[in-house]
Design a protein around this ligand. Structure first.
Ligand SMILES: *Cc1c(COP(=O)(O)O)cnc(C)c1O
Length: 961
């Protein structure tokens, strides 16, 4: 038999990754192009993208590589990271992620590809998991209301400062921070305090509040418990003194320590903040991990971030939802008090599950063992003549070795252990869940002492103060007791995941959120120990793999966006916005333009824009959006004129929030520049631009982009995220930096935006891998197919639903908005009815009522194949026909499949009194019975949940009727 000869080179390239990432193949693309009347992708985007913004040349990125090659490169980078036993402490600890959680949550697409639970009926699993998290935090901190999740401990403390100022009695005065708080927390607080005119005073509060500070007025106090030095102090007297002065007291607490120590709530604190990292979430060189905040009852309604609550569904059954959803902070725009949007849901789920799996006894045992190691370590050091500075500690010791600290730390490093050099004389040593005997010997050796663990264990006393021993019960809810065996835990995780709809079931066409493929190759390195187990303050020499990856990613993102410099430190889009605006502010001030504080924001902008602007000390001036969805040019010019001398910046989303390529963008940028302002292009959603246009070239001075949208970091059910900020050269000196890692930003920077020097470094391999796998051409093709798919959907739906906005050539960009308002008006079928009915058809609804009420914004992304796009269009068209039946009176106005959607399996039982059939309810056109997704609850009554706010696990009998 003979075959044609084929070269090795051709065979070696295998299937390009691009064909795995992009859903529609050539044939499908040709069909879709024909449907919308174009001959090629290039022809399509040549028409859709305005000439004035088009890139002049192809992206200068390295050639695409295969999945096997990229994994090999990643292994090479991982090999250049050195994982030592970490005893640095400072809020980051070694932890053992139970493998059942590692594989079935962190590595499980049913959890990591889910969207934020705005559609609660298809999110009951993750909402329950988050309620576990809230219950855990509330119980351990002794404060009744906890949200589900802030971005990290440092920003949580900064949010507490803002909350204290808002809710406290004292409206003036300073924010007083104890000197034994984590240094990165203090730095994050200072970054945020300055632009809002808050003065931060850092002082040693171990002897109470200094009189000269008290005289100035204090609106809030922050304490660390245990302190950064490891010291455990009884803060009761201090809290009382602060309360007498009218201050709100925040205690930054360590959850593991709280299993043994009296809770902040019982000590009198008003707010508790911290991180849940050591509850089974790898350090990841700084993140992502879930920060937390818990508060007294009276502050519950002012809590920043998301809050899960309990409500009821249409049948009166218990159901979870995001509570006070309409009050979600950033949605209040310039009246918002926090800009938090994407948080750390996946990591919160992991930490909550860690507590579920271990239960209170298991956690207590881990805490006692950790404490015991510290006590034995201290005993050995003392026996060898080393002074231990504090008598009361939990897991962290400060050892005094005059003049020898550097030498001791170096010797420990030789022995495979990282310690913390506090200064020339002091060494910090933190124990954790992973500490072992061999490690103790290494530490003793570094100090030049020898210890015998058995003997020292017999001799060492406990070092927790008697007066602070925890005596109350916690984690009493059955969920923290039922899943001790791995089989039980596995099934619990599976049961919850099965309730939810994530990308592993079908498309999630969420406009503005870009729910695209999160490829397995991209995800794999995240859980490799060489990326997972690095401490963010580990010496740079041990993180060469990471530092190379970070530098390459920053450079490649700069190439993609056309900016000169990128910082990946911000750990969400909102944080990128704040970082970018702080850079603008610093730039104006450096030019002597302190008065430039006005931030122009179009009314259609994402809510975080205005919230971030306020946090950056700016005054928001709203610019009108025209009928066509574009920024109203007349209003813009009028506002520029009016605020000419105070104009700091215009924040504009591109492509516009309405999903179109605005043609006037370059004129808009020029007008702002002409008035001395800067242009902030919100590039959170860069999926219509990559490879086609560069904001840094078409007029932007600064942008953030969301790696959890365009660059494949999974949404995680509402986080993690990474929101890099890119700037032109004149703003580069004002990017974020970090006090503990000088290499993490410019010396002249604005301070840290995140607690960790490189933010959520642990998930950067995902975006690095994506760029490497696609290459410049592949990235461009992804953009083109994203534009193609959006236009295909717009074209297919147009005869049935009006498409609200289009740009050049009657085309949309990467998403389209369809208008349901006329149908609502004519038939009474609401946008909610359509969204919930989509669940019956096996879909996640598109973005609802943003940016225009009563509409759906659909973003298919390049990853959905033609079959799935058609299935979605067919469902929307079938729903349109159903609406017609309501309109004509064939179906009852109040009792029809739309109004009653979604339908559960339980709803089919018993009497069926509806004027439509069971089949019409649950197997509408196109739904295969064998492949049906069954929502676990009926439509949820949001108002009930807000009136009866319950934000921790309810007792099991609470909802029996
Ligand atoms: C998603 C988004 C944001 C906010 O990003 P987060 O990561 O959720 O903070 C800001 N602007 C736009 C246009 C977005 O789409």
């Amino acid at each position: 038999m003979t075959t044609n000869r084929i070269s090795l080179t051709e065979l070696e390239s295998g299937t390009p990754f691009e064909h795995r990432h992009i859903g529609p193949d050539h044939e499908a693309q040709a069909k879709m192009l024909a449907h919308i009347g174009f001959g090629s992708l290039d022809e399509l985007t040549a028409t859709a993208v305005p000439d004035v913004i088009k890139s002049a040349e192809a992206l200068g990125l390295p050639q695409a590589r295969t999945e096997a090659e990229v994994l090999q490169e990643l292994h090479g980078l991982a090999d250049r990271n050195q994982v030592l036993a970490s005893m640095i402490g400072l809020g980051y600890y070694g932890t053992f992620t139970p493998p059942v959680i590692l594989r079935n949550v962190m590595e499980n697409p049913a959890w990591y590809t889910a969207y934020t639970p705005y559609q609660p009926e298809i999110s009951q699993g993750r909402l329950e998991a988050l309620l576990n998290f809230q219950t855990m935090v509330a119980d351990l901190t002794g404060l009744p209301t906890s949200g589900s999740s802030l971005l990290d401990e440092g920003t949580a403390a900064a949010e507490a400062m803002a909350l204290s100022r808002r809710v406290g009695k004292v409206k003036q005065g300073v924010f007083l921070v104890d000197a034994d708080c984590l240094p990165q927390t203090i730095a994050v607080i200072e970054t945020r305090a300055e632009p809002t005119g808050v003065e931060v005073v850092v002082a040693d509060l171990s002897d109470g509040i200094p009189a000269e500070v008290a005289e100035r007025g204090i609106f809030g106090v922050l304490l660390q418990y245990p302190g950064a030095s490891g010291a455990v102090r009884d803060p009761r007297a201090l809290i009382e003194q602060a309360h007498e002065l009218g201050a709100v007291v925040t205690v930054a607490a360590d959850l593991l320590a709280l299993t043994l120590l009296t809770s902040p709530g019982e000590l009198g604190a008003d707010i508790a903040v911290g991180t849940t990292q050591r509850f089974g979430v790898p350090m990841g060189f700084g993140g992502p991990h879930a920060g937390f905040m818990a508060v007294r009852d009276q502050f519950a309604r002012s809590l920043p971030g998301r809050l899960v609550g309990v409500s009821v569904d249409a049948d009166g059954n218990k159901a979870y939802r995001l509570a006070l959803q309409t009050r979600e902070q950033h949605i209040r725009r310039e009246k918002a008090t926090s800009n938090i949007c994407t948080a750390q849901v996946l990591l919160a789920v992991m930490a909550g599950m860690y507590a579920v799996y271990h239960g209170p006894e298991g956690l207590r045992t881990i805490a006692r063992r950790t404490h015991r190691y510290a006590a034995v370590l201290a005993e050995g050091l003392r026996a060898g003549g080393v002074e231990i500075v504090h008598d009361a500690y939990f897991d962290t010791l400060t050892a005094r070795v005059p003049g020898r600290a550097a030498e001791v730390v170096a010797a420990a490093r030789e022995a495979g252990v990282n310690l913390r050099q506090v200064d020339a004389d002091l060494v910090g040593i933190a124990c954790d869940e992973t500490t072992g005997r061999a490690q103790l010997a290494g530490v003793w050796g570094a100090f030049g002492v020898h210890g015998d663990v058995e003997q020292l264990d017999a001799a060492a006393a406990e070092a927790l103060p008697e007066a602070l021993r925890r005596s109350d019960d916690y984690l009493a809810h059955p969920v923290f007791h039922q899943y001790r065996s791995e089989t039980a835990m596995l099934r619990y995780l599976r049961t919850l995941a099965d309730k939810d709809y994530a990308l592993d079931r079908g498309m999630i066409p969420l406009g503005s959120c870009t729910m695209k493929l999160n490829a397995t190759t991209e995800m794999e390195p995240v859980t490799w120990p060489a990326f997972g187990q690095l401490h963010p303050f580990a010496p740079a020499a041990q993180a060469q793999g990471y530092l190379t990856l970070i530098q390459e990613l920053e450079e490649r993102l700069a190439t993609v966006t056309g900016y000169d410099k990128v910082s990946i430190q911000p750990n969400a889009g909102s944080q990128g916005e704040l970082a970018g605006l702080l850079a603008v502010r610093a730039y104006h001030r450096a030019n002597g333009d302190e008065q430039r504080t006005v931030c122009l924001i179009p009314s259609s902008a994402h809510g975080t824009n205005a919230a971030s602007a306020v946090m950056a000390g700016m005054k928001v001036v709203v610019v009108k959006t025209g009928e066509d969805g574009e920024v109203d040019a007349d209003d813009l010019h009028a506002k520029i004129e009016k605020h000419r001398d105070e104009l700091a910046v215009l924040m504009v989303t591109y492509p516009s929030t309405h999903g179109v390529f605005e043609e006037h963008i370059t004129e808009i940028c020029a007008a702002v520049h002409d008035a001395g302002g800067q242009v902030y292009v919100d590039g959170a959603n860069l999926n219509a631009l990559v490879g086609l246009a560069e904001p840094g070239k078409f007029g932007g001075d600064v942008s953030h982009l969301n790696l959890h949208k365009t660059f494949c970091i999974p949404h995680g059910g509402g986080g993690p995220g990474v929101g890099p900020v890119g700037v032109r050269a004149h703003l580069a000196p004002y990017l974020p930096n970090h006090p503990l890692q000088p290499g993490a930003g410019p010396e002249t920077g604005v301070g840290p935006i995140s607690a960790a020097p490189w933010g959520s470094a642990g998930i950067l391999p995902i975006s690095w891998a994506y760029v490497r796998l696609m290459g410049g051409e592949g990235l461009k093709r992804a953009t083109q197919v994203a534009v193609l798919s959006a236009n295909y959907i717009a074209k297919r739906l147009e005869p049935h639903y009006p498409v609200l906005y289009t740009g050049p050539g009657g085309l949309v960009a990467h998403e389209c908005i369809i208008d349901v308002r006329p149908l609502t008006k004519a038939t009474g079928v609401s946008i909610d009815d359509v969204a919930k009915r989509l669940i019956d058809y096996g879909f996640h609804a598109p973005t609802m009522s943003f940016p225009v009420a009563g509409t759906l914004m659909i973003e298919p992304t390049e990853s959905e194949d033609l079959g799935e796009l058609d299935r979605f269009c067919d469902a929307m068209i079938a729903i349109r026909a159903e609406i017609e039946k309501v309109g004509t009176g064939e179906w009852d106005k109040d009792d029809n499949p739309l109004r009653n959607a979604p339908h559960t399996a339980a709803a089919l039982g018993g009497d069926w009194s509806h004027p439509y059939t069971r089949e019409e309810a649950v197997f509408p056109s196109g739904v295969e019975a064998a492949e049906k997704y069954w929502p676990p609850v009926r439509r949820i009554d949001g108002a009930f949940g807000d009136r009866n706010l319950v934000c921790s696990c309810p007792p099991l009998d609470a909802y029996d009727n």
